[in-house]
Design a protein around this ligand. Structure first.
Ligand code: FPP
Ligand code: MG
Length: 337
């Protein structure tokens, strides 16, 4: 860890900025990802490069590495880098596929791979990335780790299907919504922390504590993501505003807003949901969410999960890595993109 990072940790105001330098390994995995994901097919290579160079927070490798180091600081860093790269490659594959499913035009301020290269090339390049990630796991030869990752990937795809099944459902209930968040986002971040803890040879209790941490952080992360969809700054998120509303995907801000609308307002929102809606109407919906407390209520749920994540770490040794995992909790709440 650099002295600069240590100083940042000492300053609570700067903790949120920590993520970009959350560990030296996060920078160093870039070359591992690049090498592991290169393709002999020029088109596939271009799609993957497009996704790789779009940036990204590289949160998942950070979770693998920091979870391992929370347990022991003498873990094989080369192995952690490979496992981290594997998880980031799976994540990249899911985003490429997700943008095809969502018909998304931009991600991280740039045209999506599907816009640039078409749906077929994008889906197949995502498949290549997924298969290359599996190769890393095969070379790693740890069957329990392979099993955990395979289950998380299957669950993530099932969560995405469940989300499609409820698309257009204005009355989606909170439990069903959280079931989807659990599968599509939280389960995979949980998995990153779990395999990091397993790689460090953690006890059953330590692995469980870090898995719980990852699960809660994953829920907080997705709730903030869904909030940013409505009230994020387009210039920072790189995505258009209220795509979830336009696509008919009910998320927490809408779920909380529903109970605060008059029957007439509710009818307006219901009619526009997933259908034709102009920018003024979107502004009106966002304004209702702000003034009636639906944004605050959603943020409170995110805060609850970020706090629960930190609580999950309590039984673990007090290490710098543990401090950094706590700082990630703060970052997740404060992020703007
Ligand atoms: C982003 O959600 C998407 C996910 C968290 C999961 C995507 C999963 C799949 C497409 C299925 C699995 C795919 C593979 C390759 C195994 P979002 O649409 O809410 O977020 P966004 O605003 O970033 O698009
Ligand atoms: Mg999407």
């Amino acid at each position: 860890m650099t002295p600069e990072t240590l100083n940042l940790l000492a300053d609570p105001r700067a903790r949120a900025e920590l993520l970009s330098r959350v560990s030296d390994e996060v920078n160093e995995i870039e070359s591992v990802i690049r090498d592991a994901s290169s393709s002999r097919s020029e088109t596939v290579d271009r799609v993957i490069q497009h996704t790789l160079t779009a940036g990204g927070k590289r949160l998942r490798p950070a979770f693998v590495s920091l979870s391992a180091k929370t347990i022991r600081d003498d873990v094989d860093v080369d192995r952690l880098r490979k496992l981290g790269a594997c998880m980031e490659m799976i994540h990249m594959a899911t985003l490429i596929h997700d943008d095809v499913i969502d018909n998304a035009a931009t991600r991280r301020g740039r045209p999506t791979a599907s816009v640039e290269f078409g749906n077929t090339a994008s889906i197949l390049s995502g498949d290549v990335l997924l298969a290359r990630a599996m190769s890393i796991l095969a070379d790693d030869e740890d069957i329990p780790v392979i099993r955990v990752v395979a289950n998380a990937v299957a669950e993530m795809a099932e969560g995405e299907v469940e989300e499609l099944e409820v698309r257009g459902d204005f009355d989606l209930d909170t439990d069903a919504h959280f079931g989807i968040l659990q599968k599509k986002t939280a389960g995979f971040i949980r998995c990153c922390c779990q395999i990091g803890a397993m790689a460090a040879g953690g006890t059953k209790e330590q692995v469980e504590a870090l898995s719980e941490y990852g699960n809660h952080i994953g829920l907080a992360f997705q709730i903030v993501d869904d909030l940013l969809d409505y009230r994020g700054d387009k210039a920072k998120t790189g995505k258009p505003i209220a795509t979830d509303f336009r696509e008919g995907q009910a998320t927490l801000p809408l779920i909380f807003l529903r109970e605060k609308l008059s029957p007439a307002e509710s009818q307006i929102a219901r009619r526009r949901f997933g259908g034709t809606v102009n920018d003024d109407e979107i502004r009106m919906i966002c304004d209702w969410m702000e003034t009636r407390g639906a944004f605050d209520q959603s943020m409170n749920r995110a805060i609850h999960h970020a706090e629960a994540a930190k609580d999950s770490l309590r039984s673990l040794p007090v290490t710098l890595a543990r401090d950094m995992l706590e700082a990630v909790g703060d970052y997740v709440l404060s992020r703007q993109h």
